[in-house]
Design a protein around this ligand. Structure first.
Ligand code: UDP
Length: 356
């Protein structure tokens, strides 16, 4: 494949795409990026294109702030004419957002091969919009790049070996990003000095199951407030979470800041003592930077982190959060094991795409 249209729209997709787009440029693959607009704030979108030198999108759809159905539907409608004009050899989608599903569906309906990076992940929780997006996107894809052996097994269990598709275990492109940008982050980011940080816990909260449930969000905030009494907690706060906390006047004792760019995020991950998060990407990044992680969810797609003792699942229960915090803060682990490839996931994927 020589010409690819990439559909993206949300923060984690910019980070994943940065690594693959660089490989495409090196291989001379003609890539046209479509930004759906799902994430649109400067600090949720533009900053990643600037810092990570992602090629400018050829198309900006500006579709956001809608219900899941409306957003996905409008994206589908807007992507179709672009694919008809561009006539790519393949359409590349990342992860599990509405942009992923809309891109895959638009391409599949036009009989354009779909390439899915981060295929095969499952939480087995169909209440998560991401789980629906993943299952359907995988089923529409011809070329499925899996970050882990667990992801490959999930596809096998769903019968994918009987379909006319190719499954490639290429590793995790987010690890490529973490390795590639760590040095630049150390040179460019001043966040530790700016905020005068010493020892601290880093937390992020944005998953719908936590933000849409007042009980869950209240539990998480109570847990973070209690942990903050022992170790300062810093939260770069997702705009959705910030709005809900403000609407309900929830008592926040820890420090919150606006979402940060990737370089600042890497510095925070490197410098913190421990991570608390409901993010998929941040769970792995904690591991990449040698930090234990408390995951504010009931289940995770990154099960190997839990199995190897790097990650503990606590849901939104404040007592469980504190218990895990006390256990993990003093724990020492060897993070030097290869769970996600060796930093060549994007290269493997790009070479494989070119060969098709
Ligand atoms: N991230 C960031 N700034 C922030 C919070 C997160 O750059 O303030 C990065 C984080 O390092 C990771 C990605 O955003 O690479 C994860 O995105 P998010 O948590 O929104 O999505 P998920 O991984 O849960 O799909």
């Amino acid at each position: 494949m020589k010409k690819i249209v990439t559909i993206l729209g949300a923060r984690p997709q910019f980070i994943k795409a940065a690594t693959v787009s660089r490989q495409f440029q090196q291989l001379g693959i003609d890539e046209r990026i479509v930004h759906t607009g799902q994430h649109f704030d400067q600090n949720m979108s533009e900053v990643f294109f600037e810092e990570m030198e992602i090629p400018h999108p050829a198309y900006q759809l500006n579709i956001h702030s809608l219900s899941h159905g409306a957003m996905t539907g409008r994206m589908l409608e807007a992507i179709e004419p672009i694919l008809l004009t561009e006539k790519p050899d393949g359409v590349l989608v990342y992860g599990d957002t509405n942009s992923t599903l809309a891109g895959a569906l638009a391409a599949a309906k036009l009989n354009i091969p779909v390439i899915h990076i981060e295929a095969g992940l499952r939480s087995f929780n169909n209440q998560m919009p991401e789980e629906i997006n993943r299952i359907l996107t995988d089923r529409l894809s011809q070329l499925l790049f899996c970050p882990t052996q667990t992801a490959v097994q999930n596809l096998q269990r769903e019968g994918f070996e009987q379909f006319d598709v190719e499954i490639v275990k290429n590793g995790d492109v987010m690890q490529d990003a973490a390795l590639f940008y760590a040095k630049k982050a150390a040179e460019k980011s001043t966040i530790i000095q700016r905020l005068g940080l010493k020892k601290f816990a880093l937390a992020t909260i944005h998953r719908q199951e936590n933000t849409d449930s007042i009980d869950a969000l209240t539990g998480i905030i109570e847990g973070l407030n209690a942990i903050h009494a022992q170790l300062p907690v810093l939260v770069p706060l997702h705009p959705r979470t910030r709005n809900i906390i403000a609407q309900h006047n929830m008592p926040v004792h820890f420090q919150t800041i606006e979402p940060v760019g990737y370089f600042d995020m890497i510095r925070l991950l490197q410098a913190c003592e421990i991570v608390l998060t409901d993010s998929g990407g941040v769970q792995k990044e904690a591991f990449f930077f040698g930090k234990h992680c408390i995951t504010l969810r009931q289940e995770t797609e990154w099960i190997e982190l839990v199995e190897n003792g790097y990650n503990v699942l606590v849901g939104s229960n404040p007592e469980k959060m504190q218990h895990a915090f006390e256990q993990l803060l003093t724990k020492t682990s060897d993070f030097n094991i290869n769970l996600y490839g060796n930093g060549h996931a994007a290269e493997l994927a790009a070479n494989s795409i070119l060969a098709h």
